[in-house]
Design a protein around this ligand. Sequence first.
Ligand SMILES: NC(=O)c1ccc[n+]([C@@H]2O[C@H](COP(=O)([O-])OP(=O)(O)OC[C@H]3O[C@@H](n4cnc5c(N)ncnc54)[C@H](OP(=O)(O)O)[C@@H]3O)[C@@H](O)[C@H]2O)c1
Length: 276
Amino acid sequence: MDLQLSGKRVLVTGSTSGIGEGIVKILAHEGANVIVHGRNKQQADRIAEEINKKRSSISSNDNGGKAYVAIGDLSKDEGAKEVVRESLKSVGDIDILINNAAVYVNRGWTDATPNQWAELYNFNVLIAVRMIQLVIPRMKNLGWGRIIQMSTGEATQPFAFMPDYAATKAALVNITVSLSKELAQTGITVNTISPGIIVTHNVIQFYRQTAIDKGWGTDWKEIEKHILTEVLNNPVGRLGTIEDVANLVAFVSSPLASYINGANLRVDGGSTITIN
Ligand SMILES: NC(=O)c1ccc[n+]([C@@H]2O[C@H](COP(=O)([O-])OP(=O)(O)OC[C@H]3O[C@@H](n4cnc5c(N)ncnc54)[C@H](OP(=O)(O)O)[C@@H]3O)[C@@H](O)[C@H]2O)c1
């Protein structure tokens, strides 16, 4: 299937590691020109170089896209503006915005202060709002666009722990629906993608620490079994991969997905216990 992404210009926030890195790589493989974004320039340069090197080594009938870098802290208005400025300088316009950047902190109801809740809201919600407000006027002029919010299964099925994180992610699901209405008949669709537990470097670190606290040992295969029985099970019976999420992002970004709008799409092996 040709996803018709060749030449599309994509900004993926938080693509210096984990799921975001996987998304820029898959979209570039599909021919999109991608902006690798984060605060860590060294990491962003490494990923962009990897993509561009692969591009120059593939045959001329493969349509690999180019990668560029934009650095900025999206928890601040000026940082967000700088990222958009840099992106426009590199690729001219943004057709597809993937709001993927976020932080998650392992804490519960009794060890996060109201100020920390507010701070996390700024990180995980306003980080997306800033980018949306900066990008939509130009996207409207293009008459076509895709905006995707990266949420989590916890948005609709929270755990007892990390309530502040789950609440920020629930806000994103809500924002998606509102924005899809605001952008009615502009050619822009707005969707949320909600992954289950995805094995990224940071998630491995996170659960290795949990394993120490709970005495699950140090063998990752064993830790995975504990996660699947004691944290979040799913009928597929494994944790998710970065590619599981990135493949869905690629499809929803595609012109082929023009009738998917305002949706919250789960990619969690079926772990969310609800029929819709
Ligand atoms: N992994 C999972 O199991 C899982 C499950 C469900 C949902 N998700 C969601 O998927 C997304 C990616 O998760 P991940 O596990 O791949 O995360 P990750 O590896 O920790 O990556 C987070 C990215 O966000 C960037 N970032 C964080 N704060 C930023 C800020 N203030 N300004 C600019 N960039 C910032 C980081 O860039 P720098 O380090 O360069 O600053 C990094 O590139 C997140 O929205 C997360 O909530 C993840």
